[in-house]
Design a protein around this ligand. Structure first.
Ligand code: PAF
Length: 251
């Protein structure tokens, strides 16, 4: 029977009785097949699987985006049950931020590029909540999708820098048949926007340069925040109507 634990104290009481490895999948809910691939890896690798669902306000720089973030508790619970999750940590803001966000984790270089340049404070919010979640859950391994590659890299860097005792496991991006990277935000696209959205993946995989990909997307009605090559990866963020989509591929 899956346990739903709402406060850090309740979670820790559950955790104390568990001997064996814990695979942890932190999420903001609105689960899709991308999350399911993380849960499956966690299940295969560990004795117990913990899922957290917490829409973290400190990582949203746009209040409208926070308010519109999809909430699908019943479907999330069903997916957790199908995938052998042992416990769901489902806290409230006051449980996660007893300090009301006076303390935060900041990275000063890579977090200022790409999404960090367009969403001020976003990665402070992500790193801070992930540090809190790791301290509460004490996982053996935590699983993150490569779709949020910058997030994954920063979390890995935080774990190394603070000598945190867990392994970060990257999991490849899951895509729809037409190439669109799976994301909770995809459900907010209108039918017309959904039909256009695969152009993002097409542009970053088929263009010879980041500039060429940006030109293609602009000409198709996307509002492009960036297309940038860093190392052997091409990163993109572009808006379709009100919905901001991100993706990245190896080049
Ligand atoms: O990727 C997400 O869903 C969130 O950024 C995370 C890692 C759960 C932190 O709130």
């Amino acid at each position: 029977m899956i346990q739903v634990l709402r406060s850090p104290q309740e979670f820790k009481t559950w955790r104390w009785g568990k001997h064996g490895s814990i695979g942890f999948v932190p999420t903001m809910g609105a689960l899709h097949e991308g999350h399911e691939s993380l849960l499956k890896r966690a299940y295969d690798d560990n004795d117990f699987v913990v899922l957290s669902i917490f829409v973290n306000p400190t990582q949203f720089n746009d209040p409208n985006d926070l308010e519109k973030y999809p909430k699908t508790w019943e479907a999330d619970l069903a997916m957790a049950e199908r995938n052998g999750v042992d416990a769901i940590f489902y806290p409230k803001y006051s449980d996660m931020y007893p300090d009301n966000y006076r303390y935060k984790v900041t990275e000063n270089e890579y977090s200022k590029l790409l999404d960090g340049a367009h969403r001020p404070g976003h990665f402070d919010g992500v790193l801070s909540v992930v540090m809190k979640l790791f301290n509460i859950v004490s996982p053996t391994k935590a699983y993150f999708g490569e779709k949020d590659f910058q997030q994954l890299t920063l979390i890995k860097g935080m774990v190394d820098s603070f000598f945190m005792n867990l392994e970060i496991v990257p999991v490849p991006t899951m895509r729809e048949k037409d190439g669109l990277a799976m994301s909770s935000r995809n459900t907010r696209l209108s039918a017309e926007e959904r039909a256009k959205a695969p152009a993002i993946y097409k542009a970053i995989t088929e263009s010879k340069s980041a500039e060429e990909a940006a030109i293609k997307l602009n000409s198709q009605g996307f509002v492009v925040d960036y297309v940038t090559d860093i190392g052997n990866r091409r990163f993109v963020a572009a808006k379709l109507g009100e919905v901001r989509l991100i993706d990245n591929v190896e080049i």
